[in-house]
Write a new protein. Structure first.
Length: 571
């Protein structure tokens, strides 16, 4: 029996998704979920409040607001929301209103009638999954103009998770928790049960298996941990590489912290909305996200923006701008969001053969309101091996070496993503570092990237040949989907040192860097010109001394990072 997946938001257009094949008109009786984004009130006030609580130099630093306070500040005017709700209900949809959005469930037939459009069913050529997608043109009544930002969940295909898993090969050298402890000086670092950290999966992605986690803990000789809370759909009978990797390494690095697992049915807008409507005790403190897609292909439908298939840059920009505000709400509440920077270099998966010299930023990594995490690997000649865990006694484990940019050019399966947003401008917290980088020789020609955009990643960690236990066997994984949960675990340890939430942590990390740049291991070798499919690319970004658009500030040196935080925050 095929698994039905509702068409999801902010994802690749049909023209950019060769793995999906149109098979039929969507059944009119099939029910689908979608969310209508209504305008935020006081967006400027939201951004100002978010900046203040995130800036260690502000008198309001760390003075996070409650979800109720934030939702009240940004709520859509009641009369406007009521008009939209009435319009939706007049088409037979079952809807519930939030402060600045409306969640609905309706039939395909009702949606088609509401938008004067058609929906088709598409099938994934490998998995057999089905999605129902709005196909072609649509119309909104003029009365809804200015009252709807976009409708999420009716257009686009599920984005691929990041990371590449494979069966273990002969002579493989593995990254294991001992590697990370040794490389990032995590010896003796302890978390706290009062700090909650979570791996976030998207689009109903299946879960991890407890048996695999138990074996991983035993094989790597790390302290035992469990998942205290699961949110969203959970299917432990279908363990998958992404969720398995995230859970095993977030818990391994952030030892002593409380672990949660969150599966979101939708994409970034739905995720942020669900976080802000979960209640104060219903959200973790630190969240690792190993997903992403081209910033210009985050397409939505709105009364004034065309669909992706018709050239939806305007729609994508509106979506990204709005979700950046949603991330500001999340950070204002004290939640830390960390996102993988992407696995296909500066060009991403929408330009795998580098046919366009213009680089393609990935989202959500390109948001200035999340911490973006790139990937490194050890240079082959520098690798030191060893390890005392059961796994390392029967396999070859890496214990250190010189870090370079993770790339297919140097033997990895992925290339660390990085670049500059075409939507968000350079935030003040990174302006001096970005300015110094752009003035150097590590960037392509001016027309091939946005020199005034938010630069990413912010930081990095190892992303090559991680051992995971999956479906009862040892597997190896490459990806920024490795580095994101690892750095999130480091953030969990920092939060435990601080004694509370970190909120949007990027400004703090840049302040620590300015106070003592040895808090980060600078990565100065490599580039992200290649993609996962090609190294015939002529544009991209180079690693240089200091911040760069391949590995950010660098990888963590935990004792100095913790000492730098204590100094900057006067702890």
């Amino acid at each position: 029996m095929l698994r039905i997946v509702a068409a999801l938001a902010a994802l690749a257009a049909a023209t950019a998704s060769p793995m999906w094949e149109k098979v039929s008109r969507a059944p009119k009786f099939e029910t689908i979920d979608f969310t209508v984004a209504t305008p935020i009130s006081n967006a400027e006030g939201l951004q100002a409040a978010f900046d203040a609580v995130s800036n260690p130099g502000s008198s309001k630093y760390g003075m996070f607001m409650t979800k109720a306070e934030i939702n009240e500040m940004t709520a859509t005017p009641g009369w406007m929301k009521n008009e939209v709700l009435t319009w939706l209900q007049s088409h037979g949809h079952s809807c519930s209103a939030r402060s600045d959005s409306i969640k609905c469930r309706g039939s395909v037939g009702a949606v088609e009638k509401m938008l004067s459009a058609r929906m088709h069913t598409y099938q994934h050529k490998k998995s057999g999954d089905l999605v129902h997608q709005l196909d072609g043109s649509y119309t909104f009544p003029a009365s809804m103009e200015g009252k709807i930002d976009f409708v999420s969940g009716l257009q686009g295909f599920p984005a691929e998770h990041l990371g590449r898993a494979r069966k273990v090969g002969a002579g493989e050298q593995f990254t294991v928790p001992e590697t990370l402890v040794s490389t990032y000086n995590l010896q003796g670092a302890k978390g706290s049960s009062s700090i909650t950290q979570a791996a976030a999966e998207f689009q109903g992605y299946p879960a991890y298996a407890q048996d695999d986690l138990t074996t991983f803990i035993q094989q790597t000789a790390i302290p035992t941990f469990s998942i205290a809370k699961k949110i969203g759909p959970f299917n432990g009978n279908e363990p998958q590489p992404e969720s398995t990797l995230d859970v095993q390494y977030l818990g391994a690095v952030g030892g002593g912290n409380t672990n949660w697992y969150w599966t979101e049915q939708g994409w970034m807008f739905e995720f942020a909305q669900d976080l802000m409507n979960a209640g104060e005790s219903g959200t973790p403190d630190i969240i690792s996200m190993s997903y992403g897609w081209d910033e210009e292909d985050q397409c939505q439908i709105s009364p004034s923006a065309p669909p992706c298939a018709g050239g939806g840059v305007a729609g994508s920009k509106a979506f990204v701008t709005r979700v950046n505000s949603e991330f500001a709400k999340v950070g204002l509440n004290g939640i830390t969001l960390a996102a993988s920077s992407g696995d296909s270099g500066a060009h991403g998966r929408t330009d795998p053969m580098c046919q366009n010299p213009v680089t393609s930023p990935a989202y959500p990594a390109a948001s200035p309101n999340v911490l973006a995490v790139g990937a490194t690997q050890f240079s082959a000649a520098s690798i030191k091996t060893g390890g005392s865990s059961p796994f390392c006694k029967s396999n070859t484990c890496k214990m250190g070496g010189d870090e370079i940019v993770c790339s297919t050019k140097t033997g990895a399966l992925i290339v660390s993503g990085g670049g500059f947003s075409n939507v968000a401008s350079t935030p003040s917290y990174q302006s001096s570092q970005v300015s110094a980088y752009i003035s150097g020789s590590g960037v392509p020609a001016a027309g091939d990237f946005n020199a005034t955009g938010r630069g990413y990643p912010d930081v990095a960690a190892l992303g090559h040949a991680y051992y995971i236990q999956l479906n009862g066997e040892a597997m190896a994984v490459d990806g920024t989907s490795c580095s994101a949960p690892v750095f999130s675990g480091v953030l969990g340890l920092l939060a435990a040192k601080k004694g509370g939430k970190l909120g949007h942590v990027a400004p703090l990390l840049y302040k620590i860097y300015e106070a003592d740049n040895s808090a980060f291991n600078d990565v100065t070798q490599g580039d992200n010109f290649c993609t996962e499919s090609s190294c015939d690319c002529t544009t991209g970004f180079k690693a240089t001394k200091g911040w760069d658009a391949t590995t950010g500030l660098g990888t963590p040196n935990f004792p100095k990072l913790a000492a730098g935080m204590a100094k900057v925050l006067n702890l």
